[in-house]
Write a protein that binds this ligand. Structure first.
Ligand code: CA
Length: 371
């Protein structure tokens, strides 16, 4: 046709994309009038996080607000906290079925469905936030994770990061490997597997159950996230030793999940709005944590009398050895896992060598000055 004339008209009218791509609600209408008519679309997003964790939960709201602005209010995504539509650990399956069009979650919750989903989030001694973003956007990360998510009828976008987490709250000091034997600690996932190898009695408790368990002495230690989120849960009132770093979560990436059929029905410019808004939420979350964590940490170590303690070199080295053994054993079992593991690992080693040069030398000097 006419496609060229149509393109010209469309860009003159200041709208483009969707109708040209031949999809979307306006496509049945002809001529210039259709260019003005953008479809009204209402989606729901189910988050794996409660409203009270405003930074991590808030990333979905940042994304949804920007999508609405970019589409002149025509594409609305309503965000629901964990538990309101489905529990936190059913987000993937719910989006897969299309009951809800979109989700926001941490993919390591779903390693029971595919162990390699951990790489979409984090693994012990893995990539930090910057390394993860580089792997996702400029390495094979997005392509490889999209391949995994295709099996679940999902398109994924990076959607936030906490940065390196803290190692958690301990009633008593843990300096040597022997101190970990028999310790009752709340730590889920892969980190828990490594801790179990260290002799820890691993407990998996939901957020709300941790404080009473610590208080009653059912557990000796618990990890959650970082100072800003941890402070809200009040662990510092019971366990005063705050260890770091959380080597099991060196830069957990959160993800937006979109049902593939719902995605295919979107006009191309609405798809672009989601892509842009997700990237914005991705950077917004780490910026928010980097702004809020220093304030919370200063309060915890100041008025609340918390003792900051680094894990010893002995504990770090042994934990890394165990983690790497577990990862390579998993890779030996499954070629699909191996493909993503190899890409991730290669990226980690090359990136570490670079970040250890200027970045780490600068950080080691400047962060320690105290002024
Ligand atoms: Ca954690």
């Amino acid at each position: 046709m006419k496609r060229r004339q149509f393109v010209a008209k469309a860009s003159l009218a200041g709208t483009a994309g969707a109708i040209l791509a031949g999809c979307g609600g306006g496509s049945s209408e002809g001529g210039a009038a259709a260019v003005q008519t953008r479809p009204r679309i209402n989606w729901r997003l189910t988050s794996s996080f409660p409203r009270s964790l405003d930074t991590i939960y808030g990333a979905a709201e940042v994304m949804a607000k920007r999508v609405s602005e970019l589409t002149d209010g025509r594409f609305s995504i309503r965000v629901f906290p964990a538990g309101e539509l489905v529990p936190y650990n059913q987000v993937l399956e719910t989006v897969q079925k299309g009951t809800v069009q979109m989700g926001h979650s941490a993919s390591y919750y779903f390693t029971g469905l595919n162990p390699a989903l951990a790489f979409d989030c984090t693994v012990p001694f893995g990539l930090n936030c910057r390394q993860y973003n580089a792997w996702m956007y400029y390495g094979d990360g997005l392509e490889l994770t999209r391949k995994m998510f295709a099996d679940f009828n999902i398109v994924n976008f990076p959607g936030g990061n906490t940065g390196v987490q803290m190692g958690g709250w301990f009633r008593h000091q843990v300096e040597t490997l022997a101190d970990f034997r028999g310790l009752k600690m709340r730590i889920p996932g892969f980190g828990g597997q490594v801790m179990a190898e260290l002799g820890v009695n691993v407990q998996v408790l939901a957020g709300g159950e941790i404080y009473p368990a610590l208080e009653r002495g059912v557990i000796d230690a618990a990890e959650w996230s970082g100072p800003y989120d941890d402070e809200k849960l009040g662990f510092y009132q019971i366990a005063k030793n705050y260890y770091y770093p959380g080597w099991w979560e060196p830069g957990p990436g959160l993800s937006f999940y979109i049902n593939k059929d719902s995605w295919a029905e979107l006009p191309a410019d609405y798809q672009a709005a989601i892509a842009s808004a997700s990237a914005e939420a991705n950077i917004d979350m780490i910026a928010a944590y980097d702004a809020k964590n220093p304030v919370a940490l200063a309060k915890l170590t100041g008025t609340e009398g918390v003792n900051l303690r680094p894990f010893s070199a002995e504990v770090m080295a042994k934990s890394q050895e165990i983690a790497f053994d577990l990862l390579s054993a998993e890779a030996a079992k499954d070629p699909a896992y191996r493909a993503i593991y190899d890409s991730y690992n290669k990226w980690r080693i090359a990136s570490n060598a670079w970040l250890n040069t200027a970045e780490n030398t600068y950080a080691t000097f400047a962060f320690n000055r105290g002024t």
